[in-house]
Design a protein around this ligand. Structure first.
Ligand code: BMA
Length: 310
């Protein structure tokens, strides 16, 4: 099973934006009323990222807003954490509010911020919800066992200085204070996701379990190689892996996956499950452009169930 790349890729490029920017990639995705919304990571010409909304009626053709939605704070509380920019937003709708988890970059290394919006016009920061180094936070769209839940990826040092990371779950009464952390899954030795892994799109609820599209990284002779994988987590206890696809669902293969600032990268922060069972996975290619790939969700789930447990 492989995701099908949209033949009109890329769906967004730097030149689509109303002012000169370096790149657009790793967007969070949501359906708000009859509109598809991508909250893009847009890197400016200085190399600092902000978050910028683009809208679409069909999920294929997107128009960026005139201005970014959120730019790094340069004064006040958040300036400490956002000094080098804000990146890789994920959007989760909980009880009608869209929560955004995003990477805050600063001299203190990455940590994760939480913001919210009800309309994708006004955005409000709520707090910093991890210590550094942590990234790839995705919120579950509903409480699990009476608590909010999230996946995250605290970085760990492997060997003397190499950085790796596993996917963890933790829980919260209020989305701001998190605890009860448990490991969920690890890189697999010798395989395509052997170096580090991180949650991609927020978990999608299906009858068979929580479907999580994640990224897996392998170190190669020419640098790191980012691919997308799929895993199914237990609905009642999402710290338990039901099945993890053995092979990636998307690997760099199209020209746009190689032609950019960082070669050999496909990276997702957002996916939408349509009523007809198609899953739309939006992904950044080569840290340069935004692309789309699709698959029947049942096929992705079947691949997870065929995979060995992590
Ligand atoms: C990760 C993040 C992503 C990026 C990827 C590949 O660590 O910084 O934003 O797409 O590396 O460069």
């Amino acid at each position: 099973m492989k995701l099908k790349r949209y033949e009109g890729n890329p769906v967004l490029m730097a030149r689509d934006f109303p002012r000169p920017v370096n790149s657009v990639f790793n967007a969070g995705a949501a359906k708000h009323g009859d509109e598809y919304v991508l909250l893009n990571r847009v890197e400016d010409l200085e190399g600092l990222s902000c978050l910028w909304v683009a809208r679409s009626q069909d999920g294929l053709h997107f128009t960026p807003d005139p201005q970014p939605a959120m730019v790094r704070a340069t004064e006040g509380h958040y300036a400490t954490y956002e000094e080098y920019g804000i990146e890789d937003p994920r959007i989760t709708r909980i009880d009608g509010v869209y929560y955004i988890t995003y990477t805050c970059y600063s001299r203190y290394a990455p940590c994760v911020g939480l913001a919210r919006t009800s309309d994708f016009r006004a955005f409000e920061r709520m707090g910093i919800i991890t210590l550094p180094q942590n990234k790839d936070v995705v919120l579950f769209p509903e409480k699990v066992g009476g608590r909010y839940a999230r996946l995250d990826r605290p970085s760990i040092v492997v060997g003397k200085c190499d950085v790796g990371g596993d996917i963890w779950i933790s829980y919260s009464p209020d989305l701001l204070h998190w605890g009860d952390p448990r490991p969920v899954m690890q890189p697999r030795k010798g395989r395509w996701d052997n170096k580090k892994i991180g949650a991609g799109a927020p978990p999608i609820k299906t009858e068979q379990g929580w479907l999580e599209i994640y990224h897996g990284v392998r170190e190669t002779g020419s640098g790191v190689l980012y691919r997308l994988g799929a895993v199914l987590l237990d609905l009642e206890d999402p710290s338990r892996v039901i099945g993890r696809a053995a092979e990636p669902v998307l690997s760099p293969a199209a020209t746009e996956d190689f032609l950019g600032d960082v070669m050999n990268v496909v990276f997702t922060c957002g996916a939408i499950l349509e009523d007809d069972g198609e899953i739309k996975i939006y992904y950044g290619a080569a840290d340069q452009v935004m692309c789309l790939a699709t698959a029947p969700v049942d096929e992705v789930i079947a691949l997870c169930l065929r995979g060995k447990e992590a």
